[in-house]
Design a protein around this ligand. Structure first.
Ligand code: 26Q
Length: 810
């Protein structure tokens, strides 16, 4: 299909007329946006039908990515770019007198995720479609995404994210594909004609209704599907007797409790063990998704024994790990297979990705609760575990200690990571270092038992959203310089290496960066009323607020600079703007206090004549995908400063690099691979290594108070937290203070402080050398292609899923 500007305009005008009986100029912004979305969906629909048909007919491997989170952000721009009609559309809108920027801003982010894990799932969808892998997303259509963050008096305040309030133009409700999900009730076995049958009675039914969103590949004909499930009451379950007796409240109660299942996304690390609703959510979308896969599998008329040859299921962390038992249930109870066959098929189908080594983030469910809510799933889990423990017992000659350590069910809890490992044929970490730590530390018993299951898949990011879309100026310059084939083959960005030393090219990349910085300064002025200098270094740390990510280390460096400036107002430093953006989980007090600390420091420093021309602090409210797209192209410095060993991978690090920021980093997660790619001249490293951190944890020899006593800078800063220097209420930051002293600084902020300060001075020194700096930036862009999620997806497809790409012809 060739769409040129004239027929695009005609199509669009017609769409507005048909949908709203309005013409282009008179229509409201919302209607203009909706008509455009609907038109784009029309443009995708033929290829969408064709893609599904082709997958059904060619009967090749299809991949299902199960995830509690899909942090997709906005879809208007990415759909236009992937269709190849962005320029035509913007020009056409110009002709029609419609302000494009305002249209873009109508769309609300689909914020159906917390952070890295959810955004990774969204990048993967884009890459699967763009590389032609038959891969679909399966998740929950939350009515409310992650809370919106407001800053009031320096504190985070959470506001519901009602992202569906204007409707969602991208989705299609598929009433006819609804399935039933059963909770609780009684399960028993019954003999019938010499066969054992499983009977499940007195259960509560929930209707799962899918909403499908097309995932359009970049300039190909593939349109995959993101299927998100919404919970509704079964019509026959509506309590008509209460209703007709006038007891509306009672009639509505069930409806309310069922709909609660897909009402709201849980913020991470508010992870209080055993939240019933969270478990309901997990089983709800897993059961609905697996049932729907089974249905479309059966339509293809293939033997159930071959299920795993046609279906691959990737589980994104342990949140969908009940999928293991659910597939067993479907194969045995619904399809009549025996245990051994069902088990072989299940493990050959499932694969598990681990995203964390933080012990407190590993999901555990209390047996009592699990059993009551999912009685049949519990029976199956128990049997999987019984057989697994038996195997361990025999392999280790009756070593009960091993059995206890590895048992899926232990001390009254079900350990979901263990269920996922046992029930899958593949277990992967998300960066080289992370996978090594899984193999040799956290999951070493399992690695010893199942070495063949373990593998690494370093994360990636879609260069279409994170370069082509968010930084079109840089993308155009790259295309002018090395041609456009890097867009389909991102590794070709490497050809920019020839231009790293080219003064002319350096100049051009620098102008693009500066223009972004000017634009962003205006945005900050109009939104926050803070004036910032576009010529200052833009030093950016944007990510979830967590102690291990160490926003506090960044703050300590700023406090140190401020203290130096107060001693010597003529201190010679390159002016710097420290930019933060971060949401804290609502129940994570230390994280929320850290936000308050940043804002307190910001108002102090930004208003102090001694400091404000040298350092500025900006805290951006409500950091999310759309804000990331704005800020990342502006960054000179990318802060990736987690305590080594704690950040599984990070993906923000890759986005910044791709936009020409210089990384200041610990050797953690994918920073290690970025370092390997760019070399020591093009990244600024500091701090303890992961091995040193692990040794300290083991030998318990770290004493934060020794550093507090011996380093005058640290002594001053730590005291300033509680001596009234920052806040009239001396208790305001006492939790932060106490996390360091007396609680001995779990994340080595004090230990890495000196090394970090030196690294920051190195940045100051390098930034003064314009050409050197720009050369470093170009090397980073050139080497970033390997971190395209297209590469990651190709590795998953080849090594885990065994799923070849499929070309869709129209
Ligand atoms: C669990 C139980 C109850 C409530 C919430 C949760 C929960 C939700 C989300 C636990 C963890 C998460 C999210 C984890 C996450 O985003 N991890 C990040 O994954 C990225 C992609 O692999 C990595 O790059 C990051 O390093 C990792 O922190």
């Amino acid at each position: 299909m060739v769409i040129d500007k004239e027929n695009f305009k005609n199509d669009y005008i017609e769409k507005l007329q048909n949908m709203f009986a309005e013409d282009a100029v008179d229509a409201s912004r919302l209607h203009q946006y909706f008509a455009l979305g609907a038109l784009i969906k029309d443009y995708c629909s033929k290829a969408w039908i064709k893609t599904n048909k082709e997958y059904g007919e060619n009967k090749g491997k299809q991949v299902y990515y199960f995830s509690m989170e899909f942090l997709v952000g906005r879809l208007l721009n990415s759909n236009l770019v992937n269709l190849g009609i962005k320029d035509i559309c913007v020009e056409a809108f110009g002709d029609l007198g419609i302000n494009w920027i305002e249209i873009e801003d109508i769309e609300l982010d689909a914020g159906l995720g917390n952070g890295g894990l959810g955004r990774l799932a969204a990048c993967f969808l884009d890459s699967m479609a763009s590389t032609g892998i038959p891969g679909h997303g399966c998740g929950i259509r939350y009515k409310y995404g992650l809370f919106k963050q407001k800053i009031e008096n320096g504190y985070q305040v959470e506001v519901p994210d009602n992202w569906l309030k204007n409707g969602n133009v991208w989705e299609i409700r598929k009433e006819n594909k609804a399935v039933e999900v059963r909770f609780a009730g009684d399960v028993y076995l019954k003999e019938e004609n010499g066969e054992t049958k499983v009977v499940h009675e007195n259960y509560q039914s929930v209707r799962a209704v899918p909403y499908d969103t097309p995932i359009k590949g970049y300039k190909n004909n593939t349109v995959n599907t993101l299927r998100l499930w919404s919970a509704e009451t079964m019509e026959e379950d509506f309590d008509f007797s209460s209703f007709s007796q006038g007891n509306y409240a009672k009639a509505g109660e069930d409806k309310y409790s069922v709909e609660a299942i897909s009402q709201v996304l849980y913020p991470d690390d508010s992870y209080e063990k055993g939240r019933l609703l969270r478990l309901k959510q997990e089983y709800f979308f897993v059961s609905a998704g697996m049932q729907s896969i089974m249905k479309s599998y059966k339509k293809m008329d293939l033997s159930l024994q071959d299920f795993h040859k046609h279906v691959a299921v990737q589980i994104n962390d342990t949140h969908p790990a009940v999928a293991v038992a659910e597939l067993m249930r479907l194969l045995m109870d619904e399809e009549g297979l025996n245990w051994d066959d069902a088990y072989a098929i299940t493990t050959a189908t499932m694969a598990y990705t681990n995203h964390t080594i933080m012990a407190e983030a590993l999901e555990k469910w209390p047996v009592d609760m699990f059993k009551k809510l999912l009685p049949r799933i519990y029976m199956i889990t128990e049997e999987i575990n019984r057989r697994f423990c038996n195997e361990i017992y025999h392999k280790y000659n009756g070593n009960w200690n091993k059995v206890n350590k590895m048992s899926i069910i232990q001390d009254g809890y079900i350990r979901m990571a263990y269920l996922a490992i046992v029930g899958s044929h593949s277990v992967n970490g998300v960066a080289k270092l992370h996978t090594e730590l899984l193999k040799h530390q956290e999951l070493s018993d399992f690695y010893e038992f199942y070495p063949e299951k373990f593998n690494n898949k370093t994360n990636g990011i879609t260069h279409r959203r994170w370069l082509l879309n968010s930084n079109p100026e840089l993308a155009n310059l790259i295309t002018e310089t090395i041609g456009g084939s890097w867009i389909k083959s991102p590794n070709e960005l490497h050809n920019l290496m020839d231009f790293a030393g080219d003064k002319n090219f350096q100049e051009k990349t620098q102008v693009i960066k500066t223009n972004h910085k000017i634009k962003f300064s205006n945005y900050v002025m109009s939104n926050l009323g803070t004036s910032i200098d576009p010529n200052s270094i833009f030093d950016v740390q944007v990510k979830r607020m967590h102690a291990y990510k160490r926003q506090l280390l960044n703050i300590f460096n700023i406090m140190n600079l401020y203290n130096q400036l107060r001693d010597n107002p003529n201190l010679d430093i390159v002016p710097r703007t420290f930019i933060f953006g971060a949401k804290a989980s609502p129940s994570y007090y230390l994280a929320k206090q850290t936000i308050k600390l940043i804002n307190t420091l910001a108002s102090r420093i930004n208003n102090d004549p001694i400091a404000r021309d040298k350092i500025k602090i900006v805290f951006l409210e409500n950091y999310g995908v759309s804000l990331a797209e704005k800020i990342i192209p502006c960054a000179d410095v990318s802060e990736q400063i987690s305590t080594a060993s704690k950040e599984a991978s990070g993906t923000g690090n890759m986005k910044f690099m791709m936009n020409g920021a210089i990384t200041i980093a610990t050797l953690d997660g994918a920073n290690v691979e970025i370092f390997d790619a760019v070399g020591k001249e093009n990244i600024i490293l500091f701090g303890l290594t992961s091995q040193q951190v692990i040794e300290y944890y083991e030998n318990k020899k770290y004493r934060a108070s020794d550093l507090y006593d011996s380093d005058i800078r640290l002594n001053t800063i730590v005291n300033q937290l509680v001596n009234g220097f920052l806040h009239s209420n001396k208790m305001e930051f006492v939790t932060i203070h106490d996390s360091l002293i007396p609680h001995n600084d779990e994340f080595f902020v004090l230990k890495d402080f000196d090394s970090y300060v030196r690294a920051q001075s190195e940045i100051d020194r390098l930034f003064r050398q314009k050409s050197t700096w720009q050369q470093m930036a170009i090397v980073n862009i050139a080497k970033s292609g390997i971190f395209s999620s297209d590469n990651t997806i190709k590795q998953y497809a080849k090594e885990i899923w065994k799923a070849p790409a499929v070309k869709i012809k129209l």
